[in-house]
Design a protein around this ligand. Structure first.
Ligand SMILES: C[S@@+](CC[C@H](N)C(=O)[O-])C[C@H]1O[C@@H](n2cnc3c(N)ncnc32)[C@H](O)[C@@H]1O
Length: 222
């Protein structure tokens, strides 16, 4: 998969040199290209923002550098342009799975007061991180891209993904590691029994219990 990120603050994506995403890049499961929108300004001072017509506080990102950087991102490979913004549907795990099935995703990060409304003519979809306002789309792009990359084939062990929270509309079951007892709190006996049929049964029941308690809306027909 290829991921292009269009941003005025490319240095914020240093985080993608580490952990799972860093390894996925190194092993060529994903090609992440970070494009500085400022490089696509036709203005002699590389200006990418301007005052809003009609007045008002703050600056707005201009449409021309946005359009030019989208064209650049698509130069070799067409791609789905996603604007990170508060109007979009709120991101979730099902959306992460859906997006992980694309060849090329292009994430446009807004900043300041946002983007000139005409930019929407060149955007396929808007995705929100939630009903709150972030300083910039970078803050939303980072967790969204992380959640997509870890679903790409080969990046993470498939068994780990199959049991993860939200997969199959269930939350993950409780897990324990050594020591067997800590401050009088013991690991459930069943997990030490070696009986895998009983362990699977216990885990399934615990998953259901936790889902019922914390995310009841996931349990449509369970
Ligand atoms: C300060 S915000 C602009 C907010 C805009 N004036 C408004 O009130 O809707 C700057 C940028 O952050 C990003 N952003 C803000 N909230 C977001 C959210 N909930 N999800 C995803 N991106 C968000 C968008 O790219 C936006 O252009």
């Amino acid at each position: 998969m290829k991921i292009s990120i269009l941003s005025l603050f490319p240095q914020m994506f240093e985080v993608f040199n580490h952990s799972i995403v860093g390894k996925a890049r190194m092993n060529n499961y994903v090609d992440i290209e970070i494009i500085n929108i400022r490089d696509f300004s036709n203005n002699k001072h590389n200006k990418v923002d301007d005052y809003p017509f009609g007045g008002g506080a703050g600056m707005l990102m201009s449409v021309e550098p946005i359009y030019n950087s989208i064209c650049y991102a698509r130069r070799n490979l067409d791609g789905r342009v996603i604007y990170l913004g508060p109007r979009g549907d709120t991101f979730n795990q099902n959306k992460a799975y859906e997006l992980s099935d694309n060849n090329h995703l292009i994430f446009l990060c807004g900043h300041y007061e946002g983007i000139d409304e005409r930019s929407y003519n060149f955007i396929d979809e808007e995705i929100s991180l939630g009903d709150f306002i972030l300083t910039g789309g970078e803050m939303a792009a980072i967790p969204i891209i992380d959640s997509i990359v870890r679903l790409l084939s080969g990046v993470i062990n498939k068994n780990s993904l199959d049991n993860e929270s939200f997969t199959n509309d269930l939350m993950d079951f409780p897990q324990y590691t050594r020591p067997r007892e800590f401050m009088g709190i013991a690991v459930p006996n069943v997990l030490l029994s070696g009986n895998h049929k009983e362990i699977d049964k216990w885990r399934r029941e615990e998953s259901l219990k936790i889902t019922r308690k914390y995310k009841r809306y996931l349990l449509k027909d369970k």
